[in-house]
Design a protein around this ligand. Sequence first.
Ligand SMILES: NC(=O)c1ccc[n+]([C@@H]2O[C@H](COP(=O)([O-])OP(=O)(O)OC[C@H]3O[C@@H](n4cnc5c(N)ncnc54)[C@H](OP(=O)(O)O)[C@@H]3O)[C@@H](O)[C@H]2O)c1
Length: 342
Amino acid sequence: MPDMRAIGFTHNQPIENEQSLFEFFEPRPVPKGHDLLVKIHATSVNPVDTGVRRGTTERLDRPKVIGWDAYGTVTAVGDAVSLFKPGDRVFYAGSFIRPGTDSEYHLVDERIVGPAPKTLTPAEIAAVPLTSLTAWEALFEQLQINFDSPKENAGHTVLIINGAGGVGSMATQLAHLAGLTVIATASRPETTAWTQNHGADYVVNHREDVVAQVHDLGFQTVDYIVELSNLNQHWAEIVALIKPSGHIVSITGSDTPIDLRALKQKRATFAWEWMYTKSLYETPDMTSQHVILTRIQELLDAGKLKSTLNKTLSPINAANLRAAHALVESNRMIGKVIITND
Ligand SMILES: NC(=O)c1ccc[n+]([C@@H]2O[C@H](COP(=O)([O-])OP(=O)(O)OC[C@H]3O[C@@H](n4cnc5c(N)ncnc54)[C@H](OP(=O)(O)O)[C@@H]3O)[C@@H](O)[C@H]2O)c1
């Protein structure tokens, strides 16, 4: 097999250091079973990338390739593949336990891949998969809101903590499309404007008293809370604002244990969302990510949903990937940063 270019790291270095992410060559992988071999045209950086890179405590023998968003072309397929064929344009987020998308070619299981939108640019497409899957699963699986019942959802309120980040920009749009009243949080004029442009009905500042601000809007409690920033930091306001029998989802984990007992009197439910669960455990509903991405593609091509692309770097190389990691590490990203060859 011919070699391919890839970008990876062997140990945790500050992102300003050229060794923090560097280019190297490795054999192009061969697809088997349900795998597609995809030529990558565009990828993005998410907080998981910087978290995995910075969380690597030992020096690795071989460079580790990360990256969890892709727009590309299928170039070969495994013998069990039925959903795609060579030449198809696809978009996907991938698996936590396999080499990532920061490479010329990439292997991915067809069951977590969607057909790429036809009306968007490569960068606009690559901005979407990981955040839309996370937002969709959080809202419509873990909170059990029905996306297709906007009339039923009308009058119900969701508080989205971190409205302008990658996931929040998608969650806000999807919740709005589902008919909910959306209160999003943002702390800067530019993040406030961004989240209003993505479907938020109201914006409150997460660096000030969120409970008082939501009360001032006329809501004593909310039906749903989607936590997308720091569960420990926002836990007290979540407990205060959730409606009796309301539903909470968090995607961020917690550094210290949260006190679920605080929800008992309100008998509110709490759920985690992790976008990688289905592919990690190869759950029976793993192919639902194919279904979700197909729906996202349809919504994008119909103009109902918009890409959250905010910054494009080109071409895909180590310097641009380091620049994208630095942006995400700032914790000030608005929408998505993309690295593209097209
Ligand atoms: N479980 C999963 O499957 C999953 C999937 C994707 C992401 N995640 C995790 O979810 C988190 C968000 O990811 P993302 O890609 O959406 O992040 P992101 O794009 O990097 O979020 C950046 C935004 O965070 C906001 N922010 C900063 N501090 C905040 C605070 N204390 N409270 C509320 N918002 C704050 C900032 O808004 P202002 O500038 O207005 O303050 C900024 O615009 C990360 O921890 C990520 O690792 C989990």
